[in-house]
Ligand binder design. Structure first.
Ligand code: PRX
Length: 630
């Protein structure tokens, strides 16, 4: 079966072993031993992790596995915001810095745990005042500012289910996410600031909340002076908090109560609302922040993701704050005010743990090492990567130029659906460029053929997870069948949707998606989403979209478009289509190229064969085309 995947591994890869001190000092010092201990008693392993946190009521059972549905920490009660804030305030971290934000023109804001807790409590009281109750959905569409995190934690405090939407999405994408999740409140800002320019977020919200009957109130963080006018059902973020008490009793949440919904692209045009629950998600993100990232009290931790993605949820907000870390965030981009922006921040803030994406690393490579070389990066202890394969060239560069041949690289493989890290090379273990690593303790993952049989070392196949884990998604909102599909594609296993290769020593190399999802600059974009955005333009009859390798972004989007009768191909129409996709889905989903064509390769049943288009575009053999129409 493995020949289906057509991959064989060349094994002569390099290996780097970090200074033994890393291993000696790590929270988890012995990977092999810990993994064996986990396998011998999985429930005992997770129970020990859970016991490090505060629970209002303990669980009756660690895990209740009723394939394909899992419950974790059954009947336990907790509140995540209490674990991220009160636990530290009550245990001598009250004056520890929780959050440092850096904006443009040197603006800086600092929140201690105590201050963050009082802001969260006041905003939570504000949400209650406008009628938000446990179980209600709140959509958060904001820039990367402290108020975004305050809004998320305030929802967690009162048991509202947040649906954070990345601030780079367009009006229609936002509208769909508000409607599907039935949000009662939308929290936004007047503007976000990118590379010195203001982006009118609220204008996008104004358009997105037309025909969203569930939305009662829009809360607006007004950053501009003079402040923008508010409409009838709109409230100012700080006016909502004004005069309210800075304490708010955390809502008692069941471990299995829904915690948040986060939309991710799927292979249909409709994004999937991934549902995470309170108890398991908290334990999974806490465990990985502490034992995988090895966060210690003296660390200053920076994850460059946006909070609108799962990486931001798990590894800017909930995991690191549950651990009691000092978290740095910024609205600055890596190339603004200049290409030294991130390195100057590492020097200035003495960042010790830095977590970014391969697309950023490749961009840094392109900008040249003279930029990082200008700054003192000696505070760095651990550097991480997530979102797509970290190719060996990018690994080598990151290791040498940023990590100074000293810092371990954590190439963490995981997904919106998994909620937490799943595969990586634990600190202190030998690192192999191109390979993410091994399943972390707590996770049983493997590379298998289509029938679920493990591939022989050196061969390629499908990446799977073989048993449930606490932070796994519980369902796809309003579409449980899509959830079941993950577990029913290969009997008894969670089919990840990625192709991978297993090395001789068990290290796993992730090759990329096996389905119609294109990862562009670390963002998952469904071909079907872009195609339906194109087809919603009046001049377009049909569209097909493929991913093309791109040296910086990993992939870029190429679209093939058939026009409706009466429309002629032109540069102007091309621009118009790009503008249309930008408005509909946002700039991240914009095709890089558009070709006007008369025909698309299809199967006899009418399905577009993107594989054939891609092979033609990239000049390789399309393989089996026996199902092609003609
Ligand atoms: O294809 C894998 C890729 O990103 C997908 C998950 O995307 P998303 O849900 O947006 O979450 C991204 C952040 C966790 C995966 O199915 N991916 C993620 N991390 C890696 C990766 N591919 C290779 N190596 C990684 N470290």
């Amino acid at each position: 079966m493995t020949e289906d995947f057509n991959v064989k591994l060349v094994e002569d890869v390099k290996s780097y072993t970090p200074d033994p001190l890393y291993r000696k000092n790590a929270w988890m010092a012995d990977y092999e031993k810990t993994y064996a201990k986990f396998l011998a008693d999985p429930d005992g392993f997770w129970e020990r992790m859970a016991k490090e946190l505060d629970w209002i009521r303990p669980w009756d059972k660690v895990r209740d596995w009723n394939y394909p549905y899992a419950k974790w920490f059954t009947n336990a009660k907790l509140n995540i915001s209490a674990n991220c804030l009160d636990r530290h305030v009550n245990n001598s971290r009250l004056n520890k810095v929780a959050l440092i934000w850096k904006g443009e023109a040197g603006r800086e804001r600092i929140f201690t745990y105590q201050k963050l807790l009082s802001q969260v409590a006041r905003f939570a009281n504000g949400l209650k005042k406008i009628g938000v109750k446990k179980g209600d959905c709140v959509c958060i569409y904001m820039p990367l500012v402290p108020e975004q995190i305050i809004a998320m934690l305030a929802c967690a405090r009162i048991g509202a289910v947040h649906n954070v939407v990345f601030g780079g999405f367009g009006a229609q994408a936002l509208n769909m996410r508000i409607r599907d999740a039935e949000a009662k409140v939308v929290i936004t800002a007047d503007i976000s600031i990118r590379r010195g320019k203001a982006i009118q977020l609220k204008a996008i919200v104004d358009e997105a909340v037309l025909n969203t009957p569930t939305v009662e109130t829009v809360v607006v963080l007004r950053r501009r002076d003079p402040p923008v006018d508010l409409h009838e059902n709109e409230l100012d973020f700080y006016e909502l908090m004004a005069g309210l008490p800075d304490t708010c009793t955390p809502e008692v949440m069941d471990a299995e109560d829904p915690f948040f919904i986060l939309y991710t692209s799927g292979s249909t045009g409709k994004p999937k609302g991934i549902v995470h629950t309170c108890g398991g998600y908290m334990v999974g993100t806490y465990y990985t922040s502490k034992y995988i990232f090895d966060i210690k009290d003296k660390d200053t931790y920076w994850c460059t993701a946006d909070t609108g993605w799962i990486t931001g949820h798990s590894y800017i907000v909930y995991g690191p704050l549950a651990v009691g870390a000092t978290v740095f965030i910024t609205e600055l981009t890596p190339d603004f005010p200049d290409a030294g922006s991130y390195w100057s921040l590492i020097e200035e803030q003495k960042i010790s743990i830095f977590y970014t994406a391969p697309t950023a690393i490749r961009m840094f490579m392109k900008m040249g090492e003279s930029w990082p070389d200008k700054y003192d990066l000696s505070s760095l202890r651990i550097i991480g990567s997530v979102g797509e394969p970290l190719n060996p060239e990018a690994f080598e560069w990151y290791y040498r130029v940023i990590g100074k041949n000293r810092c371990p690289i954590l190439d963490t493989w995981w997904q919106t659906e998994t909620g937490m890290h799943m595969i990586t090379t634990m600190i202190g273990e030998p690192m192999r460029p191109g390979f993410a690593g091994k399943p972390i303790p707590g996770i049983e993952a493997d590379v298998v053929d289509k029938d679920g049989r493990p591939v022989k070392p050196g061969n390629g196949g499908l990446l799977v997870v073989k048993s449930p884990w606490p932070a796994m998604m519980r369902t796809v909102y309003k579409d449980d069948e899509r959830y079941r599909k993950y577990w029913y594609t290969i009997d008894g296993m969670y089919a990840v949707g990625d192709l991978a290769v297993k090395g001789k020593d068990g290290y796993i190399m992730i090759l990329g998606r096996a389905d119609d999802i294109i990862i562009v600059a670390g963002h998952n974009i469904g071909t079907a989403e872009v195609e339906s955005a194109l087809v919603s333009h009046h001049a377009v009859a049909e569209a097909a979209v493929i991913g093309k390798p791109d040296p910086v972004k990993g992939n870029s989007i190429k679209a093939f478009v058939i026009l409706r009768v009466g429309n002629q191909p032109s540069e102007r129409l091309k621009q118009d289509l790009l503008h249309h996709v930008r408005n509909t889905l946002g700039p991240i989903a914009m095709p890089h190229e558009i070709d006007f064509v008369d025909k698309l390769p299809k199967t006899r049943s009418g399905k577009i064969m993107r594989r054939v288009l891609k092979a033609k575009e990239l000049g390789y053999d399309p393989g089996d085309v026996s199902t092609l129409e003609e």
